[in-house]
Design a binder for this molecule. Structure first.
Ligand SMILES: Nc1ncnc2c1ncn2[C@@H]1O[C@H](COP(=O)(O)OP(=O)(O)OP(=O)(O)O)[C@@H](O)[C@H]1O
Length: 555
């Protein structure tokens, strides 16, 4: 991931790095000039002053240019990463997305992308200070070659120590990253479960103390440990530096004619070098954190795959026939080691036909709807659409056949599903039909508000589905949250209207008083079809009566 980003901006990165190297070199030259000026004669000072001013200006200009270039790189990397993850999420198979989970995706989009982008803040600091430290060492080598050899030894020892620490620290940073993914799901529970947490004080306390705090603490502990190991390795490097300084000052510099110049030079360089060295040791861990986050993004996005070919929407076919043949889907529940199997299912759908799908909770109605609309590719069997099997090459195109309102529907404030010119007028006409005209309007292709009751929001979702106007409509317990008057409108007006328009309609419903309005009734039990016929054959519907509900021994 980091390599990809670096590759994407290699020209800008190379330019910024060159400017940084130039800045580091000028900074070292500045120190060398200060050192020379301290022991310079009166006649040399004039020229030295001019060179000093020119170098100082170069240092300032190169610093500003490098900082701006790297800021641009960082922001660009951040934007690119966010787009990359968002595109991956949009293209991923729905099932893969369910497996990865919303929390990990949020974590990737929020924290991990930020950490990776910070690499472009750390990188110039590392590069700039590495150049300064290298320059200082070279300056020392020029003053005395023995010192240079010693410096090489110190750098070697520092590298070995750092590498060992690095391996340990990365392990802890990885654990922290994994825990952070869980933490994001707990953060969601803070807002999504706000009502439940307020209504049960024991639950609220337990959630905070046992779940949330534990997770926050794990991230803190692991990250602190990981970063501390890096800091400790920084301390080791600093210690080596002082050993190096001590050996140079007290053992290596002999009493010669240049002793004063050499000692002044060293004193200055040492003092100057400590700052860059510290910056270096502080920023290398940050770059490592970026690496860990980049690996995490890679892992998350790798799980979001697809083999499907995206449709261009130019020639969406109409519906002539649709058949499910031996279609089967399984859910595996890891915690309980249980498998839910839906199917094998054989079903036919025709235009202008209203099908009701009924059955107990958890019998597989929604799963069947997801299979039918192509959100889940069948594990076995086939969907035959207009005589052609649906596969990776045409599944995206096939999905464009459906307008749906699932029970966990999402409303976008903008009406993005269609580019029809009469969108506002048609939207407002439908809103009036569903008695929402005083609550919300469609204005410039967007709803004026979404702050409505659940039942009203479902009516908005119905408006959206109507505006999409696809050949096949699916409603998953749409009427469950509606007043009797809207149930009437839905079952007795809207559904017949859709039938008259030649739409195929699948209605998942528990409203048995409207079952007779369907052209066909399907019943599901434990993932299997147990009834598939005209609704007048009512007896078959009640083949398996539901067991009585028992609460604390009271029926
Ligand atoms: N994303 C999922 N991952 C794993 N198992 C799932 C998933 N969604 C549903 N299931 C399981 O599949 C079974 C059928 O669920 P489904 O939602 O299709 O039932 P349903 O008939 O629509 O129920 P309800 O009437 O309560 O909405 C359930 O046992 C459920 O535990």
């Amino acid at each position: 991931m980091l390599k990809y980003l670096i590759n994407q901006s290699r020209v800008l990165l190379a330019g910024a790095s060159l400017v940084t190297v130039f800045h580091g070199t000028c900074s070292v030259l500045l120190i060398a000039q200060i050192s020379s000026a301290l022991t310079a004669t009166e006649s040399e000072r004039g020229t030295l002053a001019l060179v000093f001013i020119a170098t100082a200006v170069a240092v300032m200009l190169s610093y500003v240019s490098a900082a701006i270039l790297f800021e641009r790189l960082g922001q660009r990397a951040h934007a690119e990463l966010r787009s990359f993850v968002a595109r991956k999420v949009l293209a991923a198979d729905y099932r893969n997305l369910e497996t990865v989970g919303a929390a990990r995706i949020q974590s990737a989009l929020a924290e991990h992308c930020t950490h990776v982008a910070e690499f472009f803040v750390s990188f110039p600091i590392i590069l700039m200070n590495a150049v300064i430290v290298a320059g200082c060492l070279l300056y020392m080598a020029w003053l005395s070659w023995q010192v240079f050899l010693l410096a090489i030894l110190v750098v070697g020892l520092g590298c070995v120590g750092y590498h060992l620490a690095h391996l340990r620290a990365i392990r802890h940073l990885n654990i922290a990253s994994e825990e952070q993914d869980k933490l994001f799901s707990y953060f969601r529970s803070l807002t999504d479960g706000a009502k439940e947490l307020r209504l049960n004080n024991r639950k609220r306390k337990a959630f905070y103390e046992d779940v949330l705090s534990g997770s926050i603490e794990t991230v803190r502990r692991e990250r602190t440990f990981g970063m501390s190991v890096f800091v400790a390795s920084g301390g080791w490097a600093q210690f080596l530096l002082y050993v190096f300084i001590g050996m140079v000052l007290f053992a290596l510099v002999s009493d010669g004619p240049d002793r004063a110049l050499v000692m002044t030079g060293y004193a200055l360089v040492f003092v100057y070098m400590v700052g860059p060295l510290e910056a270096l040791l502080l920023n290398i861990p940050r770059a490592n954190l970026a690496k860990v986050s980049a690996e995490r993004i890679e892992e998350i996005t790798r799980a979001m795959t697809t083999q499907e070919i995206e449709t261009d929407n130019s020639s969406l076919p109409g519906l002539q026939s649709l058949a499910l043949r031996g279609v089967l889907h399984r859910y595996y529940h890891e915690q309980s080691d249980e498998l839910f199997t839906l199917g094998p299912i054989d079903l036919d759908f025709r235009p202008g036909e209203i099908t009701f799908l009924v059955g107990g909770n958890g019998s597989g109605k929604t799963t069947l709807a997801k299979l039918l609309v192509g959100l889940y590719p069948p594990e076995e069997g086939q969907i035959i659409f207009n005589g052609k099997a649906v596969d990776e090459t045409n599944r995206d195109c096939y999905r464009q056949l459906f307008s749906t309102v699932f029970s966990d529907f999402h409303l976008f404030d903008r009406l993005l599903e269609t580019d029809r010119v009469d969108l506002d007028n048609e939207g407002n006409r439908l809103l009036a039909k569903l008695h929402l005209q005083n609550k919300v309007k469609v204005q410039d292709g967007a709803f004026t508000t979404l702050a409505l009751s659940q039942g009203q929001r479902k009516r908005l979702a119905l408006v959206v589905a109507y505006l999409e106007n696809r050949p096949f409509f699916i409603f998953d317990e749409w009427a469950a949250d509606q007043d009797p008057v809207f149930k009437e409108v839905f079952y007795r007006e809207l559904l017949p209207e859709l039938r008259a328009m030649g739409k195929a309609v699948l209605v998942i419903s528990h409203d048995d008083r409207y079952f007779h309005l369907a052209d066909r009734l399907i019943r599901m039990e434990s993932g299997c079809l147990t009834f598939n016929a005209c609704p007048s054959l009512k007896d078959a519907l009640h083949a398996t009566p539901a067991p009585p509900l028992v609460l604390n021994g009271v029926t």
